[in-house]
Design a binder for this molecule. Sequence first.
Ligand code: ATP
Ligand code: MG
Length: 398
Amino acid sequence: MNPMPALLIVHYGEIALKGHNRKWFEVQLAMHLASALGGQAAGPALRYRGRLGVPLVEEFDPEKIYDAMSRVFGVTYYAIGRRCERNIDVLKSRIVEDLRARSAPPRSFAVVTRRSDKMFPMNSEAISREVGAAVHDTLGIAVDLDEPDLTIWISVTESDLLYSLGRIRGPGGLPANSAGRVLSLFSGGIDSPVSSFLLARRGAQVDLLHVHTYRTNAELVEDDQGKKILDLKSALDRHLVGSRLFLAPAYPFSIKAALSLGEKIEMILFRRFLLLLAQAFASRIRAEALVTGDNLGQVASQTLSNLAAVDFDLSLPVLRPLIAMDKVDIVALAKKISTYDISIRPYKDCCSLMSRHPRTRVPVELVKKIEADIGMPAMVEEALSLVESVPCQSARKS
Ligand code: ATP
Ligand code: MG
């Protein structure tokens, strides 16, 4: 039996580049790791250069760990490994022992060593070579440096040697809620859950604003189709930490505007209404940017000139993480984060009330003129007074 308890070795890539803020990022990551791992962790994370090590309980459940780790932003790679004293002979025998304990031995293997402590008497290459020879000689497994069935990862740190048999790619990005708050325009389609996810993965704290066709927010919550929005939020809550969902009815815009707008421009004015409402609400919740699921050329409202026509005078940046992605890649990501099946459920969204074929070039001057004619600020003001938050459904709140 290997005397050392299992250690979850977590590589955090980009945080290592953060200079003076590195420690703060590491603390954030360690906090989210602890909360995602729950009872699987046996103690606080150990800090090594470029990685964290979380001691695991004796009876840990690998499936629970894989599930948790697939959702902790900031993790580039992770592995369930062990630490051992800084002695190459002990390291060799531990690795051989762990390989022997495997039910199916690998067909071939390679060893990769990283040495963050350059004072260690052997260099990375020599360590890899010695460990490789020990594994090959005692277990008869073939070395294959190009396409190994298993890679043995070794890190030389100032206090320990760390090793793992294989490693797994994490979700990447930066630790949750380390990059400020954004307000995401959340439509119930395929795109906006993905854009919200992408911003959260870059460390933004993402709140969601959905504008709907019901008379009241309570009606949406109680309606079968409306439940789609809540289900999407619950699906996102597997990834987002402490995100809030806000609802507002669209009627302050649609009723009045329908009287005076031509069909072909109504959609652009509605997009404008959404952004102005979101901007006003963002300042209430101290969000520093807006996020949309816009995708260049996907529909007529998302041409370059129509994008310019809707955010020409906004004081907050509008982040559009999907702008350059292909739809197949957006769909693949939506499936991966489990929002796709919910997104394709039927729902009467605001756009279903408008022409699907707006003009592809609506001049800013025209937008300004119509806004003045229809009294846009008063519409936004009214909608703003109707914004309400939905009680958070997540079990994983910050
Ligand atoms: P999605 O983009 O989510 O798949 P969609 O493609 O039907 O839905 P569009 O009409 O293309 O949405 O709108 C583009 C973006 O505008 C959305 O991604 C979303 O960010 C925002 N948006 C659209 N409708 C709403 C709404 N009712 N409430 C909040 N935001 C909205
Ligand atoms: Mg879209």
